[in-house]
Write a protein that binds this ligand. Structure first.
Ligand SMILES: Cc1cc2nc3c(=O)[nH]c(=O)nc-3n(C[C@H](O)[C@H](O)[C@H](O)COP(=O)(O)OP(=O)(O)OC[C@H]3O[C@@H](n4cnc5c(N)ncnc54)[C@H](O)[C@@H]3O)c2cc1C
Length: 599
């Protein structure tokens, strides 16, 4: 039977068990962690159902930005989902980026692997009101997935890499390391940050080399399929069904989960599989709320309007949506031919040489993704005192609900007010990074808003599981966010004026050095910024029901029995750097809750 990947070789659908202890919906980043750990640590049976295919090969080559590799990875995305017209981006829409393949986002992403600050995870604990979370509690789970391979002392010295081994995992299923190659301009960017006075740190606020999720031996992608699925696939209690979409979660009259429905496509036969203990929803922050809503869990009024029978009135489903927005400059630089990453696209002979270098020696530019000279800063670090004071003062003086949609449920509103106050307190105390300054391989900087105060939503406008979700980023609806980005642009310009960058002759093409005032910068942002970095968060947030949460501190969905959400949607406040390290940690934390373990 095409599509069934077995723990043992299954020859037909009949060999799928009629009932599993656990059914995991979504074999992406977190889902495979959960399934892998349960089958490793217990005799319990687990079925993972993944909408995308199981593929070997192309996705495992590390890089995204090289010709061929980019295309290979991108064929494994959900296609055709466009966001709602975004008022904060001149009514433009964005392609909604999510992996649709075994491995999910971990199979297609940029590989940058870094966790956020202690302040970030403490903020989650404050908002969730639970001692089960927080930096001290979560750190062991952040470490558990990782097998960090430190550079040689010489390479460490050469890079200027800083890391704290006590915060790194070693021996976990996901390899992380520093790629063996970097362009001189990336090193120059790192030095430029130093010239700006940004301190070297071990990877949350400051400047740091970001490890990437690479197998250090062959420099291929290390991701949840290899790290968690492959070891599980030899266990008799693990089954994976790719190429099938879960269409509904099923409940009995006591609101206890009984199983799920699934099908391989619209119009195809719908099957049911039972779950004895739990269903775990790990479809990611765009699809988990969609599945909940179409299964009858969400705001009652909304469900009734779509004739979806109400199982539980949980108003928070789909709200609290966040992503990292991204503003890209256009610059021209003077490079030697081989320092220009575009040479790989222009010159097939050169590309072939670099590909041979990669395949034979595991080095060269094909070991790179988006650039890994990291810089994430708290607000104070990239603004002057008066700007910092005025941005914060106006954020604090703003009516906290002014920017929220008028139809937002009361509990969600209450939760957001609490969240905004706590977020601003952490920002004021410089405990969390609000922006990152990413340099792409050709040097071009991007200003990434990492702690938006704006909140969007994901919802549905039909009961059909085959209709795409409605995704509204509501970018920059809170004026604080635009103030962070415009001041980030000013700061990024200064980085590119420092001595390490000058030899590359940076010339700003867009927005253009003459564009300096707030309103012109804001227009440049509205007309070109992206609403998403493919980092959706928060749509089934953990916390208190009366504060608009969907899951409790053990990730159990309120109002029903036997259902958890374990993926990026439970995150209450977006992580500063990329979500990957945190989402693997959430997978580990969730699995430990299920197994009754506590590190
Ligand atoms: C292009 C791109 C680049 C990125 N780069 C980075 C980076 O460099 N660093 C970083 O930290 N993060 C990065 N990310 C983000 C990171 O990959 C995600 O945060 C992470 O994958 C989220 O994990 P998840 O388990 O929540 O969801 P996912 O990994 O998205 O997994 C969800 C899975 O559920 C499946 N699914 C959905 N609906 C159904 C259904 N009804 N039935 C069955 N299956 C279903 C999906 O197909 C998917 O495989 C990037 C993401 C993208 C898309």
């Amino acid at each position: 039977l095409p599509g069934i990947f077995p723990g043992k070789v299954l020859q037909s659908r009949d060999e799928l068990l009629p009932e599993y202890d656990y059914v995991v919906v979504g074999g992406g980043m977190a889902g495979l962690v959960v399934a892998g750990r349960i089958t490793e640590k217990s005799q319990k049976t687990v079925l993972v159902i993944e909408a995308g295919p199981l593929v070997d090969g192309p996705a495992e080559y590390a890089t995204l930005l090289q010709p061929g590799q980019w295309t290979a990875a991108f064929q494994y995305l959900w296609f055709g989902i466009n966001s709602e017209p975004n008022k904060g981006l001149n009514n433009r829409t964005d392609a909604v980026l999510n992996g649709k393949v075994v491995g999910g986002g971990s199979a297609v992403n940029g590989l940058n692997y870094n966790k956020d600050s202690a302040g970030q995870y403490d903020l989650w604990a404050t908002l969730t009101g639970s001692s089960k979370w927080g930096w001290d509690k979560f750190l062991p789970y952040l470490k558990k997935p990782e097998d960090f391979h430190p550079p040689t002392p010489e390479y460490k010295e050469e890079l200027g890499a800083t890391y704290d081994l006590s915060e790194k995992g070693q021996g976990g299923p996901i390899d992380t390391t520093y790629p063996p190659f970097r362009y001189p301009q990336t090193q120059a960017y790192f030095e430029a940050l130093g010239a700006m006075g940004v301190p070297k740190t071990n990877g949350s606020i400051g400047r740091f080399w970001i490890p990437t999720a690479l197998n250090p031996t062959d420099m291929t992608r290390s991701y949840s399929k290899i790290g968690y699925h492959e070891p599980a696939s030899s266990r008799p209690n693990y089954h994976l069904l790719p190429g099938n979409q879960v269409t509904k979660i099923l409940f009995d009259s006591n609101k206890r989960v009984t199983g799920v429905q699934y099908a391989s496509g619209p119009g195809e036969t719908t099957y049911t599989v039972k779950a004895k203990k739990e269903v775990v929803l790990s479809a990611g922050a765009v699809f988990s709320p969609k599945i909940l809503l179409q299964s009858g869990i969400g705001e009652k009024k909304k469900l009734q309007s779509l004739n979806i029978p109400v199982v539980a009135d949980i108003p928070g489903v789909g709200w609290n949506f966040q992503d990292h927005t991204r503003f890209d400059f256009k610059f021209s630089f003077t490079f030697n031919r081989t320092n220009d990453p575009l040479e790989l696209q222009r010159n097939q002979t050169y590309y072939n040489e670099m590909q041979a270098l990669y395949l034979n020696n595991q080095t060269g530019p094909l070991t790179l993704t988006v650039g890994n000279a990291g810089c994430a800063l708290d607000l104070k670090s990239f603004t002057n005192t008066s700007t910092y004071t005025s941005i914060l003062a106006s954020a604090l003086a703003t009516n906290p609900i002014a920017a929220l949609p008028s139809n937002i449920p009361a509990t969600v509103k209450a939760g957001y007010i609490k969240q905004r106050i706590a977020l601003l307190a952490s920002i004021k105390a410089s405990k969390i990074p609000v922006a990152s300054f990413l340099s792409f391989l050709d040097f071009t900087p991007a200003v990434v808003l990492t702690k938006p105060l704006s909140r969007g939503f994901v919802t549905v406008n039909s009961a059909s599981p085959w209709d795409f979700p409605i995704v509204d980023y509501r970018t920059h609806s809170d004026p604080f966010d635009m103030a962070v980005v415009t001041n980030g642009i000013r700061y990024a310009r200064r980085i590119l004026q420092t001595p390490p960058v000058v030899p590359y002759n940076p010339q700003e093409i867009f927005p253009g050095a003459e564009v300096t005032d707030d309103s012109s910068l804001a227009e440049a942002v509205r007309s070109t910024a992206l609403a998403t970095f493919g980092h959706p968060f928060g749509t089934c947030k953990m916390g208190k029901l009366q504060e608009g949460a969907v899951v409790d501190a053990e990730l159990k969905v309120y109002g029903v029995k036997g259902l958890r959400v374990i993926d990026a949607s439970i995150i209450p406040v977006a992580t500063g750097p990329g979500p990957m390290a945190s989402v693997y940690g959430i997978g580990e934390r969730g699995a430990a809750f299920i197994l009754g373990e506590d590190l």
